[in-house]
Design a protein around this ligand. Sequence first.
Ligand SMILES: Nc1nc2c(c(=O)[nH]1)N[C@H]1C(S)=C(S)[C@@H](COP(=O)(O)OP(=O)(O)OC[C@H]3O[C@@H](n4cnc5c(=O)[nH]c(N)nc54)[C@H](O)[C@@H]3O)O[C@H]1N2
Ligand SMILES: Nc1nc2c(c(=O)[nH]1)N[C@H]1C(S)=C(S)[C@@H](COP(=O)(O)OP(=O)(O)OC[C@H]3O[C@@H](n4cnc5c(=O)[nH]c(N)nc54)[C@H](O)[C@@H]3O)O[C@H]1N2
Ligand code: SF4
Ligand SMILES: [Mo]
Length: 736
Amino acid sequence: VAMLFGRHTKNPIRIADKEVASWTYTTCGYCSTGCAIEVGKNAQGQVVASRGVGGADVNRGKLCLKGMFEHELFEAPGRGSEPLLRRHRGAAFAPIAWDAALDHMAAEIRRIQGQYGRDAFAVVSTGQILTEEFYTLGKLTRGLIGTNNYDGNTTLCMASAVSGYKRSFGADGPPGCYEDFEHTHCLIAWGSNLPEQHPIIYWRLKEALEKRKFPLIVVDPRVTMFAQFADIHLPIRPGTDVVLQNALMHVILAEELEDADYIAANTTGLDDLRAEVANWDPTTAAAVCGIDEDRIRLVARLYAKAPAAMHIWTMGINQSTHGSDGVVGLNNLALLTGNIGKPGGTALSITGQCNAMGTREWSSCSGLPGYRALENPEHRAEIGAFWNVDPEFFPKKRGLFQTDIFPAIETGQIKGLWLVATNPLTSMPNTARIRKTLEQLEFLVVQDAYADMESNQYAHLYLPAAVWAEKEGTFTNTERRVNLVRQVTPPRAGCKSDLDIFNELAKRFDPDARVRFPERPAEVFEEMTQLARGRPCDLSGMDHDLIERQRGIQWPFTREQRAGGEIPPAGGVRLYTTLRSFHHPEGRAKLIPLPFVDNNERPDAQYPFWLNTGRLVEHFHTRTRTGKVGNNNKFSPIPFAEINPDAAAELGIRHQEYVRCVSRRGDALAMAMLTPRVPRDMVFIPFHFFDCVNRLTLGLLDPHSRQPAFKQAAVRLERVADQGAAARLCVEARKY
Ligand SMILES: Nc1nc2c(c(=O)[nH]1)N[C@H]1C(S)=C(S)[C@@H](COP(=O)(O)OP(=O)(O)OC[C@H]3O[C@@H](n4cnc5c(=O)[nH]c(N)nc54)[C@H](O)[C@@H]3O)O[C@H]1N2
Ligand SMILES: Nc1nc2c(c(=O)[nH]1)N[C@H]1C(S)=C(S)[C@@H](COP(=O)(O)OP(=O)(O)OC[C@H]3O[C@@H](n4cnc5c(=O)[nH]c(N)nc54)[C@H](O)[C@@H]3O)O[C@H]1N2
Ligand code: SF4
Ligand SMILES: [Mo]
């Protein structure tokens, strides 16, 4: 036995000494968990290591495998090193100096706006740059360039959560926090694969569960890692979460399990909600959502009878034609049972990208900074005065969403596009269509840390940006915690920080410097604190140094709190903790009825499988970063499709053979991974790979949030006769 197990020699494993001479505090730039990281440099100034920060409340010293190797991305292959210009479509890129590049860009923006109107130039940004950069881009776009077609990739991601929070509570902003795990008595997780996508939030949950047992219920059509850890797994039929929510509310109201006092004091709309959910008795609902009726009753009782109960959710809810409704449904459930604003009682949207919150709060994408609205004349006047811009220059309502900007390029309404840190040629639904759309642009600028990202194939101008901790500034995480990214190393030679790029461009639109554009991130933050006062996302008590000392501070944290000597996180642990503190009239939240319309593309004889898409723990999005980090990429260097073994047997598809997946939009090759994780009528393909699953997706849009239903489409599977050719296509097509 000793020969078979354990080490064969007594030599201890030695971890190579990285000879770190100094550590710099920063915050992870991948997911929205918001882990505090220290990056180590050796005596020669080389970046050699990352480690979790022990004193940081979020991660308490831990990191997931993306954070652990994050320092490797500074020098990863594919980084840009100089601006590149293509004189005409199809021409090769040629280097161009920064000044000339930015002059050319400003001239092209002016030409397009002059020729076709101000809104013919669109800006699509991201959830992955610093808040100070978002704020500056917003000032440039709203205050100087003046296009209303300005949005972010967050429309692919958090738009439904934003929309749902606004409809229910009157404002955006997740009301809960990770600490709620320590107080809750029942947790329902909807369409979230927490152990893979937010490993450190999952670790916080698991720690809470080890101290005190409470039921964990996971709603997901796949048997994810999270579902495997759950007490109850509800394998819902894709796209029908709203039906399950209505049935849960039906049971709660029928059995009088609601919190009548809370409802009377804090909400409006109970009668209309009651009338709608009356239609959704568990028997009726079970036939639509595929969850056994007794299970529905059991879960409703567990949830409503718990002294404090919470929901968390991610893309299984948001990325749906009922995304916004699904969020409202979770808010309804929480309001009916008085589970908002109390420890362990909340509806906490788990955010996606590291700074998806920062863009919601400060980028002016859908409005004006500090959660202000273009539709509100006072907000326009206030920001106009503060920026020294004529308020009449601002549009009076928000322009196109990101998912409507691309069709507007097709129709010729938009002629120029600036992509900042987003890669739609891989991440949008139906990428063959996106390819044709990008081809139509008169001028496309790609501003990205990596020159080899796919959308750059269609760029006229490429601007190489600094990445992550080559810059300084803040990110806001899922629980509204503002944390600091300190500059660890200067921008790679030839690259500029996004902030510097925005500031340089601002000079070209405002030669007299009428509008102030501070150069240092800390000064930009200081300016933001002035606009934050009195807003829901008030962070006026914060500054960069205090944020670093506290290892992140949750908003709201006001100047008054700081002056009064309150130490963070005194301010913003939870929102809506007091009577009628919502943002709708009278401080009441709205209970909103949710009729269900089944409008997805669904499996049929020709395309018999549901196509489900999502992520893997080792990769981040379109792999511009994790694809280059050996310790991430090695786990899944090529695309694969999870297929149920019974379905595969019927089609004669063997494990690890290549298969062709076909939808009404196109086809894609992937390796078959036979697993009972997916039901017999479903295929799951991660979306990290270029020219793969998003060639197949349909992406019907949610009517409120305009977010695509990335997780519902129909496909068929075909055996591939020539396995060698398929392997070559799959392997060789991957750049990394
Ligand atoms: N490792 C890693 N972590 C990440 C990211 C990454 O790329 N890699 N990206 C970050 C970002 S931007 C985001 S948005 C988050 C996303 O985090 P998650 O939303 O947790 O990840 P996904 O894999 O997209 O989808 C979650 C689950 O939704 C399920 N689902 C599909 N259809 C339905 C449905 O109809 N109903 C329900 N209830 N569930 C359904 C899928 O089966 C899947 O398991 O992750 C963040 N964290
Ligand atoms: N089928 C399917 N498709 C999906 C999803 C799904 O679940 N299924 N999820 C959707 C979701 S939730 C999201 S969030 C999107 C993500 O979609 P994208 O935003 O298109 O994906 P990323 O790969 O994160 O693109 C970010 C880009 O920013 C660059 N970058 C990183 N840091 C910096 C920086 O500091 N400055 C600059 N200028 N560039 C930088 C990266 O190199 C990368 O090219 O994908 C969506 N697409
Ligand atoms: S959990 Fe998210 S924030 Fe934390 S180390 Fe991993 S990727 Fe970074
Ligand atoms: Mo996302």
